[in-house]
Design a binder for this molecule. Structure first.
Ligand code: GLU
Length: 285
């Protein structure tokens, strides 16, 4: 069980700077901080690949709020937006293995195809990509490139799982979990506007930063199947995982960045102490 582990771990808290941290983030950061164990290290990573949604002022606020809570991290802080070359290299490795294809679809192309086929397979996150661009001929691809059509890069999950073989990941709470990444279909590895995606950058960064124990909310547990597949394809040693419960509001709804009253900042402004905030997460002080 997690609480009896005494190993030195490298853990991380990896928020996206799209708003102020709330009680749920405090819980997640504390879990990662405490899970590092004696002699371990706690890293802070800023997941800011989305230029439209991420803001520098939130990066500063995240650092300030974590410091106020008493959490210190190893420098340097890794900002994903500064490491696109690392993601490009990883994508190129997968591409050389013939596991990636360009996808020229717009959102409406995908929606129309799903409506047309009338029986789109659903994954844990909704309908999965119907594979429109997977079967393009090389002449069709060449023509689309020549027309300058923007494209994303998708993982061919059938080929990828065939290459990797059966996989599992280990969670300190759940034990060994068999990975079924095919449920998510051909996920995007590089978006049209940024040469990476959440899946690719999280896997590359956890590897490059030497993270040994990934602690994060249980909403992300299903996606670990995809991450485990990418680790296998990229020949990375997989970390262990600890997916924790999510903090909800009194109505049982998951907290979101828009719930302003529950931000660490507003609690601090209204006179709460760090110990009060820790107690509100349900963790021991
Ligand atoms: N950046 C993600 C978030 O803010 C967390 C990703 C992860 O921990 O793997 O929800």
């Amino acid at each position: 069980m997690a609480k009896f582990r005494t190993a030195a771990e490298v853990t991380r808290f990896a928020p996206s700077p799209t708003g102020y941290l709330h009680i749920g983030h405090a819980y997640s950061a504390l879990k990662a901080y405490r899970a590092r164990g004696p002699g371990g290290s706690f890293l802070l990573r800023i997941e800011d690949i989305d230029p439209g949604r991420c803001r520098d002022e939130f990066v500063e606020a995240i650092c300030e709020d974590l410091r106020w809570l008493g959490l210190g991290w190893e420098e340097p802080v890794r900002r994903q937006s500064e490491h696109m070359d690392d993601y490009l290299r990883a994508a190129a490795t997968l591409e050389r293995g013939g596991l990636v294809y360009p996808c020229f679809c717009t959102r409406s192309d995908i929606r129309l195809e799903i409506e047309r086929s009338g029986q789109a397979p659903h994954g844990p996150e909704g309908p999965i990509y119907p594979g429109i661009c997977r079967g393009l001929s090389s002449a069709e691809r060449t023509a689309a490139f020549a027309d300058g059509r923007p494209y994303a890069r998708r993982l061919d999950v059938v080929r990828a799982t065939a290459t990797a073989g059966p996989l599992a990941w280990h969670d300190l709470g759940r034990g060994d979990v068999a990975a079924r990444p095919e449920r998510f279909g051909d996920v995007v590895l590089a978006r049209k506007d940024v040469p990476t995606s959440y899946h690719l950058s999280v896997v590359v960064d956890d590897h490059l930063q030497g993270v040994t124990l990934v602690t994060r909310g249980e909403d992300l547990a299903p996606l670990t199947d995809v991450h485990r597949l990418l680790q296998a394809l990229l020949d990375y040693e997989p970390p262990e995982y600890l997916h924790h419960r999510l903090i909800t509001d009194p109505g049982g709804r998951r907290l979101a960045k828009r719930d302003r009253a529950m931000t660490i900042r507003s609690l601090r402004m209204s006179g709460h102490t760090p110990s009060d905030v820790i107690a509100m997460t349900g963790l021991e002080i």
